[in-house]
Design a protein around this ligand. Sequence first.
Ligand code: 4NP
Length: 161
Amino acid sequence: MAEFKILFVCLGNICRSPAAENIFRDFIDSEKRPFTVHIDSCGTASYHVGEPPDQRMQDRLRAYNHSYQGCARQFERGDFDRFDLIVAMDRNNLTDLQSLVRQPADSAKLRLFSDFLPNRAPKDVPDPYYGGTKGFDTVITMLEDGCGGILHALCKNPEIE
Ligand code: 4NP
């Protein structure tokens, strides 16, 4: 069975990208599919390496019936080799990733999360770190929508049939 490998990337890897990883895994696990998906997340920065997801994000994910697991790590260039699709949460994250590109094949794997949201949606998944509960809920709702979009795109991708 084909396996597709997706990496979600934010700044600290304790709020948005681990939430995306867990939400997407919940989507994948909810139904049998003719392909498997390896899902991971990381941050462009090293501030929180080794830490679990932010407690506030854990609490909100639980409130939305999502699981949470993982521990923060920083993006490394080898991730360009290990993943088929690398999804940045915001345009700053994307710029940081672009600065690490070694060859055109690396660039081709980079996407912005909002590419998988409807056109009217904001370009960035907003950083909830310095805000309140509402910001975490906004992030989770955007991630649920976009993860649905990614799954739809995967199901239409002839390379993984
Ligand atoms: P994340 O959120 O990039 O969604 O994990 C942040 C986490 C930590 C910090 C900023 C954003 N920080 O400045 O420590």
